[in-house]
Write a protein of this length. Structure first.
Length: 312
């Protein structure tokens, strides 16, 4: 008597589909992480502020969207190329070891392809849909960030000053995207973001100074830890920022409401910097970082709101 062979088990197509979706979602999450999304959001907000201020009350949504897309692509590509160049450094620091490249979830070749493609497409898109000036400035910002600032981090503590230049360019790009030229107002916006960055990054560098030192980065608190300069430099930069932040009222970009808001926010930022200078500790450093993250969006919001009120 023959025994019938058991019927083959059905293929678990549902499980395969779930696994495939999970894999695709993980890969997309890695690509998103390459773009440094939190920084990208701040960049796009700053571009929007510069665009609105540079439009002289005649701003339109479609040109703004073109500018955001093009500049966003360049910013995303820049972040990816930065991570490509720093993948070995990132692997030595706990705060960055989880990134796609040092964690081994992505290969250098695919990150290079993604970064270059985003930068080239973004620059060409800006030239085609916005204007050549913005495309050129965005490309120069990219080159300064990737080709100069990134390698300088292993050479000199002055890298922070160099890196603050591309970091201050987003509102200028928004200004030129709206049709403005490099007038004094654009340099005022540049100056605000340029000076704002120093206390922010000095406090972060102080918090992670041991990791930076282990990774070979010559950031100031890690490079000269005995000088206790991070806090006092932060105070100096906020003192410089205070009068510069009031200049939009002088150039008729905003009025009295912004002047008052900028003064109050600047004093708050200064108090946190002084606390950090007097007692350099994880608590005061984190307090300074938090105050910087509150200061800039609130200042830009007050500036944009008061500008629109003046035009209405």
């Amino acid at each position: 008597m023959s025994t019938a062979s058991p019927a083959p088990s059905p293929t678990p197509t549902g499980a395969v589909g779930i696994s495939l979706r999970t894999s695709v979602a993980a890969k997309l999450a890695d690509y998103l992480e390459l773009t440094k999304p939190r920084i990208a959001v701040l960049v796009l907000v700053s571009v929007t502020v510069g665009f609105v201020l540079g439009s002289a009350g005649n701003w339109r949504v479609v040109p703004l969207l073109h500018a955001l897309l093009g500049i966003g692509l360049v910013a995303a590509g820049s972040s990816a190329l930065n991570q490509l160049l720093e993948r070995r450094i990132d692997a030595r620091m706990d705060r960055t070891a989880h990134r796609p490249l040092p964690a081994g979830r992505m290969l250098p070749g695919e990150v290079l392809l993604f970064g270059l493609s985003a930068c080239v497409l973004g620059s060409l898109y800006l030239a085609a849909t916005v204007n050549v000036v913005t495309a050129v400035l965005a490309t120069l910002t990219l080159l300064l960030y990737v080709m100069i600032y990134t390698p300088l981090k292993r050479v000199t503590a002055l890298c922070t000053a160099v890196g603050a230049i591309p970091g201050a360019m987003p509102p200028v790009l928004g200004w030129t995207a709206a049709g403005g030229w490099l007038e004094a107002e654009a340099f005022v916006l540049f100056g605000i973001l340029f000076l704002w960055q120093f206390p922010h990054f000095l406090a972060i560098a102080w918090i992670y100074r041991s990791e930076y030192s282990r990774a070979g980065l010559r950031m100031l608190p890690a490079y000269r830890p005995s000088l206790r300069m991070a806090g006092f430099l932060s105070v100096g930069y906020v003192l410089c920022l205070l009068p510069v932040s009031l200049l939009p009222s002088r150039f008729a970009l905003a009025g009295g409401s912004y002047f008052l808001a900028a003064t109050v926010l600047g004093i708050g930022y200064l108090v946190c910097a002084i606390r950090f200078a007097l007692t350099e500790s994880p608590q005061t450093a984190r307090g300074l970082v938090l105050s910087s993250l509150l200061y800039l969006p609130l200042l830009l919001l007050a500036l944009t709101w008061d500008h629109l009120q003046l035009l209405s």
